[in-house]
Design a binder for this molecule. Structure first.
Ligand SMILES: NC(=O)c1ccc[n+]([C@@H]2O[C@H](COP(=O)([O-])OP(=O)(O)OC[C@H]3O[C@@H](n4cnc5c(N)ncnc54)[C@H](O)[C@@H]3O)[C@@H](O)[C@H]2O)c1
Length: 339
C-alpha cells in the first residue's frame, strides 16, 4: 500500500484524533508533529517541532494535516499548497470568508488537494439520510429545522474558541458550522437569510453564545438553524420535512456520548395511506452504535491523493459557501466582534 508521508500541525484534541485515524487506516506514514505547546508533543516517536514553517520545510512530506487554532489555518494551508503539498485541514476553513477565499486562491494556482474536515457528513445517520433523500422515496426536502447545542464549560469565556482573534467567531463558527453545512448538503444553496446572534449568558465574551438563522433557497425551501452554547443538555436534532415523508435525526455519537445515541427515524406518506394512521404514523427508526466519521474522512483523503478519485466532501467550494453564509448570519445578526 502506498503511504502518504504526512506532518500533523497542532497536536491537541483533534490532532490526536487525526493521528489515530491515520494509524488505523494504514496508508499514512506520519513523519513529523508540530505544536507550539511542547507538552502536547511528549511521548511521540515522530520528529517534533514547535514552529510549523520549520516542520513543513524540514520534513519530506506529501501532505500536512492542520489542527491548530483557526487563526493559523490559512497561513499554514496556503504555505503548503504553494509548495505542492496536499492539505487536510480542520474546520472551520479560517476565521472568516476572506480567509477561505485566500485558501481558494492558493488552491486554484496548483494541483495539490485541499480537503476540510466536515466530519458530520460521514456520520452513519447522515449517510443513510442522504441516501434516502437521493433515492427519491420520500420526495424533495421542502423545509428543515436544525438545532445543535452544547453547554459552555465554566471557563468557556477564557477558551481560545471564544477569543475572536484566534477563532474568528463563537459557537456558530465552532459547532453550528456543522449543522449549517448539513443543511446545505441536504437542501442546496441558500440565497436569503434572516438571523439574530446573541450573548445570552456570557455577556463579557466578544463571541456569541447563540445564533438563530432562517435560510431560504431560490426555490423556496426553508431551513431554521439554532446554534447554542447555552443548551445545558447537549442536543443534536435535525428534521428534514419532505414532500412525501420526513426524516428526524436525533443525537450524534461523540467521544463523550453526551449528545445521546445516534438515531434516524423516517416515515413515508404511502405507509400512512395504507394504515390510515395519518398524523400518528408508523415510523422506521435506525440506531447507530459507532462513529466511523474520522476513519471515512481519512479514507477519502487517501483515495483522492493516491488514487486520483474525485473529492466529494470538504471541498473548498463547500467551504466558501458555508463561510459566506456564516458571514451573512453575523452581519444580519449585527454581532459586533473584533477579530
Ligand atoms: N471536526 C470536528 O468536529 C472538530 C472538533 C473539534 C475541533 N475542531 C477543529 O480542530 C482545530 C483544533 O481544535 P482542538 O479541539 O484540537 O483544539 P486544541 O486546543 O485541543 O488543540 C489545538 C492545538 O493546536 C496547537 N497550536 C495552536 N497554534 C499553533 C501553531 N501556530 N502551530 C502549531 N500548533 C499550534 C495548540 O497548542 C493545541 O495543542 C480547530 O480548528 C477546531 O475548530 C474540529
Amino acid at each position: 500500500m502506498k503511504k502518504i508521508k504526512i506532518a500533523i500541525i497542532g497536536v491537541g484534541k483533534m490532532g490526536k484524533i487525526r493521528y489515530n485515524a491515520m494509524l488505523r487506516h494504514g496508508g499514512y506514514a506520519i513523519v513529523s508533529l508540530c505544536d507550539t505547546n511542547i507538552e502536547n508533543l511528549k511521548g511521540y516517536t515522530e520528529k517534533t517541532y514547535t514552529d510549523w514553517k520549520e516542520c513543513i520545510g524540514s520534513s519530506d512530506v506529501d501532505a500536512v494535516c492542520v489542527c491548530t487554532f483557526n487563526a493559523f489555518i490559512p497561513d499554514i494551508v496556503c504555505y503548503a499548497l504553494e509548495r505542492g503539498i496536499h492539505v487536510f485541514s480542520e474546520k472551520p476553513p479560517g476565521r472568516n470568508l476572506s480567509d477561505t477565499l485566500r485558501m481558494k486562491d492558493a488552491c486554484g494556482k496548483g494541483t495539490a488537494i485541499l480537503k476540510f474536515g466536515f466530519n458530520h457528513r460521514y456520520h452513519n445517520s447522515i449517510i443513510e439520510a442522504k441516501a434516502l433523500i437521493d433515492s427519491g422515496l420520500i420526495g424533495e426536502v421542502v423545509c428543515a429545522r436544525g438545532v445543535y447545542g452544547k453547554a459552555g464549560s465554566p471557563g468557556f469565556g477564557q477558551e481560545w474558541r471564544n477569543d475572536a482573534s484566534l477563532s474568528g467567531g463563537g459557537i456558530l463558527l465552532d459547532q453550528g458550522i456543522h449543522m449549517l453545512d448539513l443543511l446545505c448538503y441536504f437542501i442546496g444553496d441558500f440565497t436569503s437569510i434572516k438571523s439574530t446572534v446573541n450573548h445570552l449568558v456570557w455577556k463579557e465574551m466578544n463571541t456569541e453564545d447563540s445564533a438563530f438563522a432562517i435560510l431560504e433557497t431560490e426555490k423556496g425551501q426553508v431551513a431554521s438553524l439554532h446554534s447554542s452554547a447555552v443548551q445545558w443538555k447537549h442536543k443534536f436534532d435535525l428534521d428534514l420535512i419532505c414532500t412525501n415523508g420526513y426524516i428526524a435525526l436525533n443525537g450524534i455519537l461523540t467521544a463523550t456520548q453526551s449528545y445521546g445515541e445516534e438515531r434516524m427515524t423516517y416515515y413515508r406518506k404511502d405507509l400512512a395511506a395504507k394504515t390510515g394512521r395519518l398524523g400518528k404514523p408508523l415510523e422506521h427508526t435506525l440506531c447507530f452504535d459507532s462513529d466511523e466519521s474520522w476513519d471515512l474522512e481519512m479514507r477519502e483523503f487517501y483515495d483522492v491523493v493516491v488514487d486520483g478519485k474525485e473529492l466529494k466532501q470538504g471541498t473548498i467550494e463547500q467551504a466558501v459557501n458555508v463561510m459566506g453564509l456564516i458571514e451573512k448570519i453575523y452581519q444580519i445578526g449585527e454581532l459586533e466582534m473584533e477579530q
